[in-house]
Write a protein that binds this ligand. Sequence first.
Ligand SMILES: [Mn+2]
Length: 388
Amino acid sequence: MLLLHVSDTHLGSSRPFTRLGLVERERDYYDVFDEVIDIAVREGVEAVVHSGDLFDDPRPPPRPYVYAAKSLRRLAEREVKFIAVAGQHDQPKRRGASPLSVLSEMGLVYSFGEAPGDVRSGLVKLKSCELGVTGIPYFDRPQAGSVVGMINPPDSARKVLVAHALIQELGLSNYSVSISQLPVESYDYVALGDYHLFYSYEKSSVPVIYSGSTEALDIREYRDERFVVLVDLSGGEASFQKIKLERVRKFIEINVSGYSELLTELSKLSKTSFSKKPALYINVLRELSSLELNRVRSEVRRLIDRGVVLSCNIVSMEKEPAEVRVERRGAGFSLDRIIEKLFKDPGVIQLVQSLLSSSREGDVETIVSILAQDRALLAELEKLVKAK
Ligand SMILES: [Mn+2]
C-alpha cells in the first residue's frame, strides 16, 4: 500500500517575487502541485498525505481555491484520498474557518485538524485497507504539552502521524516540540511539514520525514531540490523514496566580479535552454561604479525582454544591504509602485499596503489603534481625505 507525502505547497503564493507582481510566479506553485497529483496517479498511491500549508493565505482568493479544487478532483475521481492538516498559513488568525474546511465540505480533503490544539485521530478507508491517521495542525511551543497529551493513536494495522511543526532536532530556535515528546513508535510513518527543505530522521526505526516545500519561497531555499516522498506501508516496516519534482522554477545564481565576466556568464545563459525561464540572481563580488551598474541593469533588462530569464536580482556583496531589483517592464503591474506614487508619506504607504494585503478579521481594529497612537499619520491621512 503506497502513500505520497507532500507538504508546504503554498498555493496562491508568488514568493519570492511578490512585489514584482509576476503572474508566472503564482502559476509555478499550481504547476508543481499538478505534478504532485500526476505522480500520485502514476505511482498508484491510495492516499496523498499533506502536512500543512496547502494554501499560502488563510483566506485564499478564488484563484488558488479553483486550482486546488481542480487538482484535488483528479484524485477524488480515482478514489485517492487527500489527507491534510493545517499549517500556520491555513489557520485564520482570529475567528473564521480554515480553507481546509471548505475543501473538506466539498469532499476533496480529509481534514485532520485546522486550528492549534485541534488534534484529530481517525480511520480513513482506502482501496486496500484502512489507514489510521493522527493529525496535528500547527501549534506554538507553549502549547506543546497539551497538544502531545491529545495524541491518541488510532486502532489500525497501518498508522501515520501528520504534523505541521518544527521539531527541536532541526536545530532551529523557533521549534514547537521535540521528537522525543511524540509517540513516534505507535506509528509506521511520521509526515512533517513547516520546514521547507527535505529532512529525514529516524526514531525506533520509524521514518520521521519533512518532504519540504514544493517551490522555493525565499532566497535561502532555492539552492535545494524539491521533493515528494513515496511511502510504502506494505511490508512490516515503512520504506520511503524521494521523488524529485521537475516542474519547479530554476533559480540561477552567478558570482561575478566585473562587467566583462558578467557578459560572458549572461551570454552562456542565453544559449542554455530551460523548460521554464529561470530566475536570476547576480552576486556582484566587488563594488561597481554607477556607470557599470547601469550597464549591468540594461544587459539584464535585455535578457528579461527577450524572455531568457523571468526576473533578476542584483546583489552587491560589498554594500549591505545593496540589493537592486530589476523589475520586469510591461508584464503585470506593481501595486506597490502605484501606491508609492499615489501617497508620498512612508507611514501612509505602509498602512495602505498592509490594508490591501490583509485578509484577516480584526485588521481594521489594528489599524484604528495604529492611527490612535500615531497622530502624525492620522493628520496625514486626514489631509489626503480632505484633498479628495
Ligand atoms: Mn510553509
